[in-house]
Design a protein around this ligand. Structure first.
Ligand code: CO
Length: 235
């Protein structure tokens, strides 16, 4: 009987045979080492596959994915992966890639309880609070798209401010952090123009990117304001 998973194994055998037939030595060529130029930090969402949507092959992109593409300063999993990519693989580009229609961002925006992931998504809810003057006045569907983009911009900043990137740039290593967002509707990647390639670029690039999201022209209805978050305003 062919099970769901047997189909995958069958597909794999056919794919491996096709690759070896069309490009003899493809696998043995990758045996010695991987030398990817790119690192991808994206959402775990099954619709946003790094290799497929960028046309990259095995060996060309080093990938780290989690719910809603968050890079937390104390996340040893993400930091270890970034360190390996920068210091050992010497990638030239790190792309933080969010996507519109992200369920994690939506849950953070709406305050929906999911379970354990609520604590992870709290990082995004904090961003929504910090940038609420640029978000709350928008229509609901616009709020979600903007929070997806602002989340990417913030995570690019987090990668750039990590000890790994700070040390790499101090050594003179050339590595650039980019922020992109992927459209589920059309399959297109959008560059959020938040590329950082040195410590001195971080603050200015970040500020310029955030200022593309205008604040409410009128008085702000600040339903969630409380003194706890005043210090997190994005002034
Ligand atoms: Co997502």
């Amino acid at each position: 009987m062919t099970t769901d998973t047997q189909l995958l194994l069958d597909h794999n055998r056919a794919w491996a045979a096709r690759m070896e037939r069309d490009r003899p030595g493809f696998f043995t060529g990758l045996l010695a080492q991987q030398k990817p130029r790119y690192m991808w930090i994206g959402c775990s969402d099954s619709r946003v596959s790094a290799n497929e949507i960028t046309g990259l092959e095995p060996g060309e992109v080093f990938v780290h994915r989690n719910i809603a593409n968050v890079v937390v300063h104390s996340d040893l999993n993400a930091l270890s992966t970034i360190q390996f990519a920068v210091e050992h693989l010497k990638v030239a580009h790190i792309m933080v890639v969010g996507h519109y229609g992200c369920a994690g961002v939506r849950a953070a925006l709406q305050g929906t309880r999911i379970g354990l992931a609520d604590n992870w998504l709290r990082h995004i809810r904090d961003l929504k609070l910090r940038h609420r003057k640029r978000i709350d006045h928008l229509l609901p569907e616009q709020q979600e798209d903007v929070l997806c983009e602002i989340n990417v911009i913030e995570q690019v900043g987090n990668v750039a401010l990590s000890t790994v990137l700070q040390d790499a740039w101090a050594r003179g290593q050339q590595v650039t952090v980019h922020g992109w967002v992927y459209g589920l509707r059309d399959g297109l990647l959008k560059d959020l123009l938040v590329s950082m390639d040195g410590t001195e670029t971080v603050v200015e690039v970040f500020r310029t990117a955030i200022k593309r999201y205008p604040r409410s022209p009128g008085p702000v209805v600040d339903a969630e304001a409380d003194t706890t978050f005043d210090s997190l305003d994005d002034d």
